[in-house]
Design a protein around this ligand. Structure first.
Ligand SMILES: Cc1cc2nc3c(=O)[nH]c(=O)nc-3n(C[C@H](O)[C@H](O)[C@H](O)COP(=O)(O)OP(=O)(O)OC[C@H]3O[C@@H](n4cnc5c(N)ncnc54)[C@H](O)[C@@H]3O)c2cc1C
Ligand code: SF4
Length: 341
């Protein structure tokens, strides 16, 4: 590992100023991704700006019924929060489906959203990779890509976005709050992560020196249910092959509102707008859910070894929507002791 400077900041303004004064600096939150990548030589910051003491560790209930989550809130605390488990089970379930108990105790909301792809070539500095070193090529296209993208990829990168929480936030229409040298701004969670296009080195729309300060959840309508389900190679401690975050409001057997997002399929959480169009106002039946999933996945362009993700995504989506439409199905995140999804 190359030598690096370290400084700790105690306010958002100080953090943003420090990032401006130290070109090549990185914010250090839980460190569960950044420090691993530094040990591998994938990222080599000249300075680490420790943001763990910033006063951004609160989960606040807002007057409009929404919830604001500080960037330093730990994944375990967020998953266990009663307002989140009661009103946004998809978010609690997505967090509990990720990593391990120890990692979730350390990992933060901001760091989780900004974690880097798990593409093997990205993490191996002996290999070319457009995301790590722009212009060097994408060996994953012809190489090992079973875990990688089937939607929205480009000739320059076929990586997937690894955060489970990001998928839930996309389905929930959350907002990401940022603070940078030019002041504060907000970005819809659905637009926060990018598709790779010609610039796979940019995972998100965050600008140099910008600090992620909070994530805001809008209020949910009474009667709305939500759920997260993840298919992976092992039952725990594994990233998604495919995941689904869904929010559904069914009245008298008809879909009043549906929001659906896929994980593990693309360089960003994939909000399934074509599927939502099919669902809106349609009978809440398995046949409708299958038609909706198929409408979305018609755009898939699988690589040599990852075509299995398309039927997997279809079946996962149909299963989640069918469960949500059935009032008899128990909610895995309902208040009671928190347990792994
Ligand atoms: C073995 C293992 C298994 C895992 N499995 C899963 C899984 O199944 N699902 C899943 O979703 N995740 C999984 N993870 C990833 C884990 O959730 C992330 O490592 C973690 O969420 C990152 O959070 P952190 O606070 O440690 O971020 P850090 O490692 O501190 O930071 C990550 C990145 O975010 C930047 N950053 C951090 N905070 C801010 C901020 N406020 N503003 C701007 N930039 C910021 C850092 O500079 C860095 O680039 C796994 C990790 C490991 C090691
Ligand atoms: S898929 Fe993206 S991250 Fe993986 S090797 Fe290609 S360019 Fe690099």
């Amino acid at each position: 590992m190359k030598p690096f400077g370290y400084l700790r900041v105690s306010s958002v303004e100080e953090a943003v100023r420090a990032a401006g004064e130290h070109p090549g600096a990185r914010f250090l939150a839980g460190g569960t991704n950044l420090v691993d990548l530094m040990k591998l030589g994938v990222v080599e910051p000249r300075t680490l700006i420790d943001v763990t003491r910033l006063p951004l560790d609160r989960i606040e209930e807002l007057p409009d019924g929404g919830v604001r989550i500080g960037a330093m809130v730990r994944n375990s605390d967020l998953a266990a929060s009663v307002p989140v488990r009661e009103r946004y089970p998809v978010l609690s379930q997505s967090l509990l489906a990720g990593a391990s108990g120890q990692l979730r105790n350390t990992a933060t909301t901001g760091g989780n959203l900004l974690q880097r792809t798990r593409c093997l070539y990205f993490q191996d500095t002996s290999k070319p990779c457009n995301k790590r070193l722009p212009g060097t090529g994408c060996p994953a296209r012809e190489g090992v890509h079973r875990d990688l993208a089937v939607l929205g990829h480009s000739q320059h990168c076929v990586a997937t976005q690894p955060s489970d929480m990001a998928v839930a936030l996309a389905a929930l229409d959350a907002t990401v709050h940022l603070h940078g040298p030019d002041g504060e701004r907000s970005v819809p969670a659905t637009d926060f992560h990018r598709l790779p296009a010609d610039h796979p080195e940019q995972d998100t729309v965050i600008r140099p020196g910008e600090l992620l300060t909070a994530v805001q959840l809008p209020p949910v309508a009474t009667g709305t249910r939500s759920r997260y389900r993840k298919a992976r190679d092992r039952a725990s401690y594994a990233f998604a092959l495919v995941s689904v975050g869904a929010v559904l409001d069914v009245r008298d057997g008809v879909v009043r509102r549906a929001a659906l997002a896929f994980g593990g399929l693309a360089h960003r959480p994939w909000r399934a707008r074509a599927a939502e169009e099919v669902l809106q106002g349609a009978p809440a039946t398995e046949e409708t859910f299958a038609r909706a999933a198929e409408a979305e996945l018609a755009a898939a362009r699988p690589l040599r070894d990852n075509g299995f993700k398309v039927p997997l995504a279809r079946n996962l989506a149909v299963g989640v929507l069918t469960d949500l439409a059935d009032p008899e199905t128990a909610d895995p995140a309902a208040p009671g002791p928190a347990r792994p999804a």
